[in-house]
Design a protein around this ligand. Structure first.
Ligand code: SAM
Length: 247
């Protein structure tokens, strides 16, 4: 059996069934959870969260709200951006000892602008079975109601907060597919202004607080959407989708 921390190990020779891998280690489940509405969770996710030995969560207190809602009580461990490199080997150790672990994030799908990468790569290197439990993700929910071209899209996550924003936008200027960003309420107007300056008055869709009480979807050209959003405080969580380059 391979040791912990060999995340650079090549992927070759890894064709083994999940069943075969399960004989030597516990299973790592990557579980999607709601992006707001607590009802948006699959019955399989609830079953898995109720049956694992341990739940690794970004913020254990936030996840407790969801787990309490479904009357799930399990040992928990924190796994977030700043401790994931140190935490991943600890989770691998438990998995190699035969325990099953579910990884969840604060909202949506782990790994999508959320931590998961380190434990997933280390699990692969250690021949640990990894099972996805699919469910919500904010970008996908936004995309399917956007009305923008969905045949292809470029998921960009968050733009850099300070340095590198302009360079990133410049590099995407000729991207022909629909482009999807995540943005915080503090930077959403700034981002729309920069998109307008760099790409012109493209079609844009801004989705706010999806699946929550104050869900809002604003569609239009960048200039009109910017004007609309400037009227009220920009509280909440945002997905911004921009039409691809027409040229
Ligand atoms: N893993 C998550 C997913 O699968 O969507 C994304 C996590 S990322 C740290 C958080 C960002 O996702 C927020 O800042 C916002 O841009 C977006 N987001 C999450 N929930 C949202 C919601 N209900 N409505 C709109 N955007 C949301």
């Amino acid at each position: 059996m391979s040791g912990i921390g060999e995340s650079d190990r090549p992927f070759e020779g890894q064709r083994r069934s999940q069943e075969e891998l399960r004989k030597t280690a516990g299973t790592l489940y990557i579980v999607a959870t709601p992006i707001g509405n607590l009802e948006d969770i699959s019955s399989r996710a609830v079953k898995v969260l109720s049956s694992v030995d341990l739940i690794a969560a970004e913020d254990t207190r936030k996840s407790k709200i969801l787990l309490d809602h479904y009357r799930i009580s399990k040992p928990m461990l924190s796994y977030f951006s700043y401790n994931e490199k140190a935490r991943a080997p600890q989770l691998i150790e438990k998995l190699l000892a035969g325990q099953s672990v579910a990884l969840i994030s604060d909202a949506g799908t782990p790994g999508i602008s959320d931590p998961a990468y380190h434990v997933v790569t280390q699990a692969i290197a250690n021949r640990i079975p990894i099972v996805p439990i699919p469910g919500p993700s904010a970008f996908l929910s936004a995309l399917i109601v956007s009305g923008l071209d969905m045949r292809g899209f470029a998921y960009e996550g968050f733009l850099p907060q300070k340095k590198g924003r302009k360079t990133r936008l410049e590099s995407l200027k000729t991207e022909p597919r629909t482009i999807v960003f995540y943005e915080s309420p503090y930077r959403v107007l700034k981002t729309l202004k920069e998109i307008h300056e760099t790409w012109g008055d493209r079609k844009i869709v801004v989705c706010r607080e999806l699946t929550k009480k104050f869900e809002e979807i604003v569609r239009g050209r960048v200039s009109s959407v910017l004007k609309e959003l400037s009227k009220k405080p920009t509280r909440g969580e945002y997905v911004i989708l921009v039409g691809g380059s027409p040229s």
